[in-house]
Design a binder for this molecule. Structure first.
Ligand SMILES: [Zn+2]
Length: 140
């Protein structure tokens, strides 16, 4: 059965171009227009923690392999560390920017914008670069 999709449903002044939809689609349009969060905060926190730990572990593993390799004396371990961690964080920042530019740029709702798995994983990548650099410079 089809129902009418009104301007109010999609939070606009004018009615949408598609005017008859099924119940399921109407609910979907309504929640999308009201920026209903579909990625729970607790899952976001868990994903952030998980991906940060994985990121730091991978970076530390990579950095310890590289700094004990034959390349290290030529380039200098601290330069390799700086390069690898900066590259990681900058890549993460680029991903955060790419995701938030669209989400925040259109909605101006930071909380909703950050409730995205891609944004959370990108932030975790930035964080793991920073944490790995801090660990390396503090202990090695
Ligand atoms: Zn439908």
């Amino acid at each position: 059965m089809l129902v009418e999709l009104t301007a109010e449903d999609i939070q606009r002044e004018h009615p949408p171009s598609i005017q008859l939809v099924c119940w399921k689609c109407r609910d979907w349009y309504r929640s999308a227009a009201r920026l209903v969060i579909s990625y729970p905060t607790w899952t976001a926190v868990r994903d952030f923690g998980l991906f940060s730990v994985v990121g730091v572990s991978l970076l530390l593993l990579f950095l310890s392999v590289v700094s004990s390799s034959s390349l290290a004396p030529t380039i200098g371990p601290s330069r390799i560390i700086l390069f690898a961690t900066a590259l990681t964080s900058l890549t993460g920042l680029r991903m955060v920017w790419a995701e938030l530019r669209g989400r925040y740029g259109v909605t101006h709702d930071l909380s909703w914008s950050l409730h995205s798995r891609y944004a959370v994983v990108s932030l975790a990548i930035v964080t793991s670069g920073v944490i790995s650099a801090a660990i390396f410079y503090a202990y090695f």
